[in-house]
Design a protein around this ligand. Structure first.
Ligand SMILES: NC(=O)c1ccc[n+]([C@@H]2O[C@H](COP(=O)([O-])OP(=O)(O)OC[C@H]3O[C@@H](n4cnc5c(N)ncnc54)[C@H](OP(=O)(O)O)[C@@H]3O)[C@@H](O)[C@H]2O)c1
Length: 326
């Protein structure tokens, strides 16, 4: 059984696994028509999945204002209802979007926008505070990051948020945010195919939680073998930052071969492949909190079930490194 985690230096306790709410936002795109969602979703199924996760002990949910241009926050708020106080809600800001056309149309690092975005997120989520507020612009200039970090301290003093984090894969940017007293975490990519040793070392050094996006390699580590058929799914037309899906019609054969080579270890002790991928993350560092995405009740049950099976062993971790030659 994997034990609960503390969100960095904040003292906020969360389940060892969070639920990532990007996919449940439904379809949206950028101004050029690039799909940014995961295709069509069934909102009632999303609500059922979240409530089942709550029943199974999941107490941490990650979303963003821009996911489905506001729709993900609304669905999460609806699903949590009166149970909102029992959970820890993380959301993000920094992108500009049109809720009616469902189009992402820019970015804004201004303090004014941050305050407006926070107010709008609170309304959509149906709450009067956000537990963890995250800067979504992974490559924003560190000076802008420093100013927004100080603004987040103001939000904490005003009782609008409890803690904050930068969603970035750059340890230097994470360190800028970490200078703030109430910075609790960094959100970054981590899965068995994409290790992040420098970021994990930084989390250890500065006492931050490591919140792990794409823990299932956007489905490949859950057994997906080919690209999606749905043209509204980002994986059908993968941008440069999304590895593993080849040209979108077929998954990258090299990724599939490496995942096949790890299958016996990941599925040890009765784990499904997805549960094994989460178990690798927990074994990697006690600071990790993977946030797998989901689109169905069945996926929610399986992913929450990973908590009961716990992490892989140190020996298995070494075997995996040998297989992947790293
Ligand atoms: N900060 C950022 O910039 C950023 C970027 C990416 C993600 N994130 C966060 O991280 C979360 C997760 O990362 P991710 O969205 O990249 O994807 P992920 O967690 O690596 O993969 C999620 C996908 O895997 C499939 N899946 C999940 N559980 C499964 C199961 N048990 N069996 C079979 N398939 C399963 C589903 O795909 P199907 O839809 O095909 O069923 C699901 O949508 C997001 O929801 C979001 O909260 C943040």
């Amino acid at each position: 059984m994997e034990t609960n985690r503390t969100l960095g230096r904040s003292g906020i306790e969360v389940s060892p696994l969070g639920f990532g709410c990007w996919a449940i936002g439904g379809e949206w795109s950028d101004l050029g028509g690039q799909p940014l969602g995961w295709g069509k979703v069934d909102d009632d199924e999303s609500v059922r999945a979240i409530r089942r996760a709550l029943d199974l002990g999941v107490t941490f949910f990650d979303t963003a204002d821009v996911y489905g241009t506001g729709h993900s926050e609304r669905i999460l708020g609806r699903a949590l209802g009166k149970r909102r106080a029992d959970v820890v809600v993380a959301t993000k800001w920094g992108n500009l979007f049109d809720e009616d056309t469902r189009i992402l149309n820019g970015q804004d690092t201004s303090s004014d926008h941050a305050r407006k975005a926070l107010t709008a997120s609170l309304t959509r989520l149906g709450t009067d505070y956000v537990d963890l507020y995250q800067l979504h612009l992974s490559d924003a200039h560190p000076d802008q990051g420093a100013r927004l970090r100080d603004l987040c301290e103001e939000f904490v003093r005003e009782g609008l948020i409890r803690a904050y984090a930068w969603s970035t894969d750059d340890p230097a940017r994470a360190a800028v945010f970490a200078e703030g007293e109430h910075c609790a975490a960094v959100q970054h990519a981590l899965n068995v195919m994409q290790d992040a040793p420098e970021m994990l070392a930084l989390c250890e050094e500065l006492g931050l939680a490591s919140i792990n996006r794409s823990p299932l390699a956007m489905g490949l580590l859950a057994g997906k073998r080919q690209g999606p058929q749905d043209a509204g799914d980002i994986r059908s037309k993968p941008p440069a930052w999304l590895p593993g899906f080849g040209d979108g019609s077929e998954a990258d054969p090299q990724w599939l071969a490496r995942i096949d080579a790890l299958k016996d270890i990941l599925t040890s002790d009765g784990r499904t492949l997805a549960q094994g991928a989460l178990a690798w993350i927990w074994a990697r560092s006690p600071r990790t909190i993977p946030i797998p995405g989901f689109r169905s009740l069945a996926q929610a049950e399986q992913n929450a079930g990973a908590m009961e099976k716990g992490s892989l062993t140190a020996v298995q971790l070494t075997e995996i490194n040998q297989i992947l030659e790293r």
